[in-house]
Ligand binder design. Structure first.
Ligand code: FAD
Length: 388
């Protein structure tokens, strides 16, 4: 059967590689990662080893040159088994795309080669304590100093904070009249003035190591800039937002598929001794499962359409990107909630793995652009208002 995301032979092979890593590595550790809230180092190492760190980078730097459709398929495979691994991977691929878009970053291609070789994990450090989920409006500022800049920032959430080799960060350009005049820059691991300030103990995605990072007096050289001064919003809207949206939508779709599969298995395999019937003999439960499956496939079909649009962009493409992320986030919250209800008390315990999908699915909803932001952006676009 054709893949819903329209993969070609190379994309299919890479998605199969991700499925094998999910089944053979991530599945073995996912429960422990969740229980201990520890980084899924085994699966991240397997992704690096398999060449998936450079999935969407150009072959000229050693990447696999894949389009968003393959990224979606890979993130969905990981999301079905270990959403923490999927999250780390989605942040990595998105940040790598931001780096690849840079025209100002010194040593950009060497860095991309390191990434493609699986030797460099990167991530996003956009959210700040002062502007919270409104990632388009950093309150931190670059201040001119010597031939470069210096900056202070309270980054509120950075996935892979303790493990990433670099962070793709943002601050206002020197002398900005508004926080929208932002710049994207790279922070390398070990830079003086950068401190991981907490450890992560969350409801879901417990292994994603997403925590606060304090930046005090960090020196930012001109060669560390990823966007031109003041051009950060363009990188955010044209690079980071689409890749992040595809990745997180796919991860949410993976959570839906896991919840549907676990529910179907439980309904078919569990019964009432006193009547000799199975849970699946109850029409209410069958209808609930069917609704969960329909929502999942709707979200997947919309993402499949969206990734095709992205290869031949038109003026409707940004709307599809936003709506697709929203549809997948909402489906994940509803479908995993349906799984909890259909599987009853059994879902309440850890043994089915359903409650983990329920907890993990909540995170996408509050990650910027949050579900509220997405609706606001779509509503503004449809009524002819500017996004900000
Ligand atoms: C597991 C996890 C991993 C994360 N990883 C990263 C990361 O790697 N890098 C990174 O930069 N950030 C990351 N984040 C942060 C994330 O992107 C958001 O910035 C964060 O979740 C916002 O939380 P908050 O309490 O500050 O929300 P608030 O901004 O306080 O929002 C509270 C509520 O108000 C709503 N709201 C806010 N502004 C608007 C608006 N303009 N219109 C309508 N509704 C609005 C929100 O939707 C939300 O429901 C992560 C978050 C989580 C949960």
């Amino acid at each position: 059967m054709a893949h819903l995301y329209g993969l070609d032979a190379a994309g299919t092979r890479l998605a199969q590689t991700a499925a094998s890593i999910a089944a053979e590595v991530a599945a073995r550790h996912a429960e422990d990662v969740d229980r201990k809230g520890r980084f899924p180092k085994e699966s991240v190492a397997a992704l690096a080893e398999a060449g998936l760190f450079g999935l969407c980078l150009s072959p000229s730097v050693g990447g696999a040159g894949q389009a968003p459709r393959t990224f979606a398929a890979v993130a969905e495979e990981l999301g079905q088994v270990c959403a923490s691994t999927a999250m780390i991977y989605v942040m990595h691929v998105t940040a790598a795309q931001a780096i690849a878009s840079a025209t100002t970053l010194a040593g950009r291609d060497d860095l991309l080669r390191q990434i493609a070789a699986g030797k460099h994990l990167t991530t996003l450090a956009l959210s700040e304590r002062g502007s919270r989920s409104q990632f388009w409006a950093p309150v931190s500022k670059l201040v001119e100093q010597g031939t470069g800049y210096t900056t202070h920032a309270h980054k509120s959430w950075v996935t892979s904070a303790n493990h990433a080799d670099s962070y793709v960060s943002t601050a206002q350009r020197p002398g900005a009249a508004s926080p929208l005049e932002s710049t994207i820059y790279l922070i390398r691991r070990g830079s003086a003035g950068v401190r991981v300030a907490a450890s992560f103990d969350g409801l879901g995605l417990r292994g994603n190591d997403s925590t606060a990072v304090e930046i005090e007096g960090l020196a930012v050289a001109k060669g560390d800039l990823i966007s031109d001064l003041g051009a950060g919003a363009t990188t955010k809207l044209e690079v980071i937002l689409p890749w992040f949206s595809v990745g997180t939508a796919a991860m949410a779709n993976g959570l839906c598929r896991a919840a549907v599969a676990a529910t179907a298995k439980h309904l078919a395999g569990t019964g009432f001794e006193h009547t000799g019937t199975q849970l699946r003999d109850l029409p209410t439960l069958r209808a609930r499962l069917a609704r969960m499956s329909a929502r999942t496939e709707q979200a997947r079909a919309l993402l499949g359409y969206t990734v095709a649009e992205m290869e031949h962009p038109s003026e409707t493409t940004p709307l599809f990107v936003l709506q697709s992320r929203f549809a997948s986030l909402e489906a994940a919250v509803d479908v995993t909630d349906g799984a909890m209800k259909a599987c009853g008390g059994a879902a309440f315990s850890r043994q089915l793995g359903v409650e983990r999908t329920f907890r993990d699915a909540r995170a996408g909803w509050v990650m910027a652009p949050t579900a509220d932001h997405l609706l606001e952006f779509v509503g503004r676009a449809l009524t002819g208002l500017p996004l900000f």
